[in-house]
Design a protein. Structure first.
Length: 394
């Protein structure tokens, strides 16, 4: 058998790294041969389970404790530490003492040499793999939690061009805000750019009237549409969710009826007449794509009938670069530059105002909300001397 190799640009989301192995439930192979997994994410409505008391230095304390609780690793606290933590510390100390000799040096215990048996090969015990259920919606184990449990199909380690098939922390941050301010988004029409697996659009669909869930790539859009179908059981999910192709590198919508996930003229007209919210979660990782998504923001907002608000989540990722010979956040810095340029547009038609939203709102999902995660609000204003061309394509 050939050795398994990984491409140098293969990446894996922190969300998948921190989930228990038992949560990685493979269900199928997608059209390009990548393994597809099904994961469950519980919405924490209960005040006792949700971290509702964030402060500047408490980003990771409560989510970590909640994650341990969900994974079965947590016990009630005693004297500031959990029982499991005390046991681990105690067992570690005793274990180290047992490995020291009389002089305090570490005594290495080596495997005893066994006599050679008749057969030199070691015994092999096969691992029996079970096939996943054909219909993941019939998971009886989570039946009593189904109204508050989101089911998302996704891939794991992918090349950079397929990162949309994974789940990222920026999507959870934006989803937390949507759930916290759900009255603000009630009965609205929303457009998501770079929806990926569709998690944020699914959350928005619990409060909105219509959600346009957009991305590029037929395989990715198939996964997104499947995830929406998997979550029709969610509490209050009554919005019409339309999965559509929207390529930031093109100036027009795809209206070819022969192309999957294309737009109809009626849908384009409804988008321009009704949209009041645009959102994008963690799509700013490549400078060229960041430029493209900001151009798309401007083209669409310029043609909307009503003013809208744009919500953007981003994670500052630290990387060592040879250009700076230091740790930097090039993708984040370019995002801030594009945000600044958007605010300083002087075309006499639109005015944009950007402001950060402090992540002090409650967490409805279990993940590490570090200080590198940011949420931005961009408000658009139509200047009085400008009448938008509502029906024109961007």
């Amino acid at each position: 058998m050939d050795d398994i190799t990984f491409r140098s640009d293969t990446v894996l989301s922190d969300i998948h790294l921190q989930m228990p192995n038992k949560s990685h439930f493979m269900v199928r192979l997608n059209a390009v041969g990548q393994p597809v997994f099904l994961s469950h994410f519980q919405i924490l409505w209960d005040e006792d389970l949700r971290d509702d008391r964030h402060s500047d230095n408490e980003y990771e304390k409560e989510p970590t404790k909640q994650r341990d609780r969900c994974c079965g690793n947590w016990r009630p606290e005693q004297n500031g530490n959990s029982i499991n933590e005390d046991r681990r510390q105690s067992s570690t100390i005793h274990g180290l003492e047992a490995l020291l000799d009389d002089d305090g040096d570490l005594e290495v215990i080596r495997k005893p040499v066994q006599e050679k048996e008749e057969h030199s090969r070691e015994a092999i015990y096969p691992i029996i793999l079970t096939k996943a259920m054909e219909d993941p919606t019939e998971d009886e184990e989570l039946e009593h939690h189904c109204q508050d449990s989101i089911k998302i199909e996704h891939t794991m380690a992918t090349p950079l061009e397929d990162v949309g098939k994974q789940i990222w922390r920026g999507a959870f941050l934006l989803a937390d805000y949507l759930l916290w301010k759900r009255d603000l988004f009630r009965s609205c029409t929303a457009l998501e750019l770079g929806a990926g697996t569709g998690l944020t659009s699914i959350i928005m669909a619990t409060v909105a009237k219509t959600v346009y869930c957009t991305d590029v790539g037929e395989d990715l859009l198939d996964m997104c549409e499947r995830n929406i179908a998997l979550n029709r059981h969610l509490r209050n999910l009554s919005a019409e969710v339309k999965v559509k192709e929207l390529d930031w590198l093109k100036n027009e919508f795809c209206t070819d009826p022969e192309t999957p996930y294309s737009w109809s003229e009626e849908e384009i007209a409804d988008l321009y007449d009704s949209t009041s919210v645009i959102m994008a979660a963690d799509v700013f990782y490549d400078d060229d794509l960041t430029d493209a998504v900001f151009r798309t923001f401007y083209r669409i907002v310029h043609s909307l009938k009503n003013p809208c608000i744009i919500y953007l989540s981003i994670e500052r990722r630290l990387n060592f670069t040879l250009r700076h010979m230091d740790i930097s956040c090039d993708a984040y810095n370019h995002f801030r530059k594009c945000l600044h340029d958007l605010e300083n547009i002087t075309d006499g038609k639109m005015k944009f105002t950007a402001e950060p939203i402090k992540p002090l709102f409650p967490q409805f999902f279990v993940y590490e909300r570090g200080e590198q995660l940011e949420l931005w609000k961009v408000t658009s204003e139509i200047l009085l001397d400008h009448v938008p061309a509502c029906k024109k394509q961007p």
